[in-house]
Write a protein that binds this ligand. Structure first.
Ligand SMILES: Cc1ncc(COP(=O)(O)O)c(C=O)c1O
Length: 388
């Protein structure tokens, strides 16, 4: 019998012009943060998501840190944030010296604006146009929403909440490049382009990758300019090394931008394939053998970056045992994140309405979803799951 091949969870797909563009960048000797490809990649992303400009940075995490600084979040401020997400969505709040308040999710796994409203009604008031905590006296200045696994958060309700409570909206769209609304108030709008600032990631497991990298967009021109300034060491006078703020070395490199340009050419094809393979799993697993495939929000075109298999309590095996058995068959899957409110020193922070998030985190398995996953390999995943 032939050896079974390893089926990874999510790996890059370099089947386009990657080698040619990266080679051109190497030959040109523009490999660092200078060079023409960085602005070219910025404009290509801006055009794709329908924004006037985008600012490239060296990771989604640095992009989120820039977003905090663009929004003027600082020491003593508080920020509403999801508890069910990757911790990089929240740590930048701390980098800025502020404190997160953790809010639970709805059935899309994204932050539930109804829970945020309940929290604010019970614990905050508007004073001189500022949302002030009755618990700590701090200014609750912003809300971070994550479009989890490419599923769009309920942006109509979030923008209404933000308007009522005078909150800045920071969209963590690191997982959602290409997801957009197809109905409602924001029809035609892409993830990341609705709030005050949006951030994308090009990490190796994302729908397109530059190895590591990120991009920031904003509905305030001066915020985008500030992001570029901060990401390039805040140079006020480049020739004479004059810096007017504490800046960062957060800029994307020309080599990475070369990779990004080639990847972006394929993004719509990747999304189409993600959708096809999502349907493949859904047809074979949803409602079968105590499994569900979690849906994406109605009225959206999602990039369907990650697929979530929900294992019902009636399944004979615990979720972790299912992951172990798949791994024994050389199939890589993963559980969803542990709640952030339980990690690092975040247990000291406030949290509200996080029961549903805790329920989901105990039951979800993320299935292999690479854009080069073959139907034969996906069928192997299905066959193992149905045999358990
Ligand atoms: C929700 C979320 N936020 C932030 C990040 C950070 O992005 P990066 O890995 O590019 O720093 C990621 C991905 O890694 C993520 O999934």
């Amino acid at each position: 019998m032939s050896e079974k091949t390893f089926i990874p969870l999510s790996v890059p797909n370099f089947s386009g012009n990657e080698k040619e563009y990266v080679n051109d960048a190497v030959v040109s000797e523009w490999v660092s943060t200078g060079g023409s490809l960085v602005p070219k990649f910025e404009q290509a992303i801006a055009d794709y998501v329908g924004m006037p400009r985008a600012v490239a940075c060296n990771s989604g995490t640095s992009g989120l840190h820039l977003a905090m600084m663009m929004a003027g979040i600082g020491a003593g401020d508080e920020v509403l944030a999801p508890t069910l997400t990757f911790i990089a969505a929240v740590n930048p709040i701390r980098y800025a010296g502020a404190q997160p308040i953790f809010i639970g999710c709805d059935d899309t796994l994204c932050l539930d604006p109804k829970l945020a409203e309940e929290y604010l009604q019970a614990n905050a008031e508007l004073k001189d146009g500022r949302c002030v905590s009755r618990v700590t006296g701090a200014h609750i200045k912003a809300i971070v929403v994550v479009h989890v696994f490419g599923n769009l958060a309920d942006m109509e309700a979030i923008m209404d909440l933000a308007a009522r409570w005078h909150l800045i909206v920071i969209e963590d769209a690191t997982e959602a490049l290409g997801s957009c609304f197809t109905a409602g108030r924001y029809a035609g709008k892409y993830a990341g382009t609705i709030g005050d600032v949006g951030v994308y990631s090009f990490n190796g497991n994302k729908i397109i990758t530059t190895g590591a990298g990120g991009m920031v967009v904003s509905n305030h021109d001066d915020w985008a300019e500030h992001a570029k300034h901060l990401s390039t060491q805040a140079k006020a006078d480049e020739l004479h090394f004059v810096h007017d703020e504490v800046g960062y070395n957060y800029r994307l490199t020309n080599l990475q931008a070369a990779l990004g340009l080639a990847q972006l050419e394929q993004l719509e094809g990747f999304i189409a394939y993600k959708n096809e393979m999502y349907e493949f799993y859904r047809e074979r697993l949803d409602g079968k053998h105590n499994y569900r495939i979690l849906p994406f929000r109605d009225g959206t075109r999602s990039n369907r970056w990650f697929y979530s298999l929900f294992v019902e309590d009636a399944h004979p095996l615990h979720r972790d045992e299912i992951i172990r058995r798949l791994s024994a068959e050389k199939i890589q899957t993963r559980p969803i994140w542990a709640l952030i409110q339980d990690q690092a020193d975040y247990p000291q922070n406030q949290h509200y309405g996080t029961g549903l998030a805790r329920h989901y985190l105990g039951h979800i398995v993320n299935l292999p979803c690479s854009t080069n996953l073959s139907k034969e390999d996906a069928q192997r995943v299905v066959d193992v799951l149905l045999s358990l």
